[in-house]
Write a protein that binds this ligand. Structure first.
Ligand SMILES: [Zn+2]
Length: 413
């Protein structure tokens, strides 16, 4: 069922048309709209921007008992942060839906298990898209994103977080690509066969020989190389080896918090100097605070949440939220998130920053609990002096540029 609000947006976007969106992306506002930015409210500007997030872990919910992308969910009673109604509410036009595999053993049995998990996750993404075809469409190219948004629908790219499921067969990336993957990172929270993790032991000194081959294969296919979770040395090597600029789909500055998952300013400048982009994370802005009560509920969530009845799921989340109220899990708030984003903009420049808050993967801060809160990011950026052209780059233009570069390289090699 398409809501009235959704129809209004669809009409707005149809009137605007893909041409206008492309012109905004190129940085030349059509003459008829030149007077608008001075008078438009932040909400109006947010609504007409083409927006995307580069790291939506929402597929972790696709297999949950009774959960549907089409339904509206609430932070108080559901663990998800993204669904179609909230994308509409938060003015989020699309993004990269993640095929995430938690790191396991580097053995043939481990590889087989990982391949099965990743294949299943991609199947769930394709099924979600098919089930919501009136409101969402899979995107394979940068142009697809513009066209799909101009038709008033959500565009859904796919990405891989952790290439462990490829095992010893880099050629297996082809089938993930054929089914829609356009961004991929070699590694997650532990070292694997391709690369050192920034939270690993440093087995390879960066990329392994297979990791170097993987970068070449991503370039050949037209997949944007994602350095988030890779060690600092591996990121340097990805920049050096990749034929097209890399992305960090959900990373932040060490300036905000001294954590390995964040980059120091030299690292941020290196990504920018190579033409790449860093998409601001909302995690690792402050330490996570643990309590026995929270740990116990989280363990029950891990064991029961996916298969429990929807009523039981809501009860579990209510318990979780109550415990979080008694012992906050983190102190990071929206001000800290914005400070981190503004620091990235200062260091990298407006052509090299993008949005990747790790929604449904641990993201969200006090004052920005789910994607419904995204218009306030635009309002703050405008208040900080960034104009609509800058915002268009940050919200999607920079990412689509990297995607086009990957597409162009693949078409010519
Ligand atoms: Zn991650």
């Amino acid at each position: 069922m398409i809501t009235d609000t959704f129809k209004r947006t669809a009409r707005h976007r149809l009137m605007m048309g893909a041409g206008a969106v492309s012109m905004l992306l190129l940085g030349c506002t059509p003459a008829t709209e030149t007077a608008a930015p001075e008078t438009a409210s932040a909400a109006e500007i947010h609504e007409r921007l083409l927006t995307l997030d580069t790291h939506l872990d929402t597929p972790v919910h696709f297999g949950r008992n009774g959960w549907s992308m089409a339904d509206a969910h609430d932070y108080a009673t559901d663990a998800s942060q993204v669904d179609l109604p909230r994308m509409e509410q938060g003015g989020l036009d699309g993004g990269f839906f993640v095929i995430y595999t938690p790191q396991g053993e580097l053995t043939s049995a481990g590889y087989a298990e990982a391949r099965a998990m990743a294949t299943q996750r991609q199947r769930e993404i394709l099924e979600m898209a098919a089930a919501n075809a009136e409101r969402l469409e899979l995107a394979y190219t940068a142009d697809d994103a513009l066209r799909i948004a101009s038709e008033g629908k959500v565009f859904a790219f796919q990405s891989i977080e952790n290439s462990w499921p490829l095992g010893e067969d880099i050629g297996a990336l082809q089938s993930f690509y054929d089914n829609g993957v356009r961004m991929a990172g070699p590694v997650h929270s532990r070292d694997n066969q391709f690369a050192d993790s920034t939270t690993g032991d440093g087995r390879w000194g960066g990329l392994s020989p297979a990791g170097r081959e993987l970068v070449a294969e991503m370039n050949r296919l037209g997949i944007v190389v994602d350095g988030s979770h890779a060690s600092d040395a591996a990121i340097d090597q990805l920049i050096e080896l990749s034929a097209t600029p890399i992305i960090l789909s959900h990373s932040g500055p060490r300036w905000a918090m001294d954590h390995q998952r964040n980059l120091d300013d030299d690292g941020i400048r290196a990504v920018a100097a190579s033409g790449g982009a860093i998409c601001v994370n909302s995690v690792f802005l402050a330490p996570f605070l643990e309590s026995e009560e929270l740990t116990a509920i989280e363990e029950r969530m891990d064991a029961e949440y996916r298969t429990a009845s929807p009523t039981q799921q809501r009860a579990l989340v209510r318990e979780l939220r109550a415990a979080q109220g008694r012992a906050p899990q983190q102190e990071a708030n929206f001000d800290a998130f914005m400070a981190s984003l503004l620091h990235l903009l200062d260091v990298a420049g407006v052509d090299h920053v993008c949005m990747g808050a790790d929604w449904d993967g641990g993201g969200g801060v006090i004052g920005m609990r789910d994607i419904a809160a995204l218009p306030q990011v635009t309002a703050r950026l405008l208040a900080a002096g960034y104009d609509e052209e800058d915002l268009q780059k940050i919200w999607s233009g920079n990412v689509l540029r990297l995607l086009r570069q990957a597409e162009d390289y693949a078409a010519n090699h």
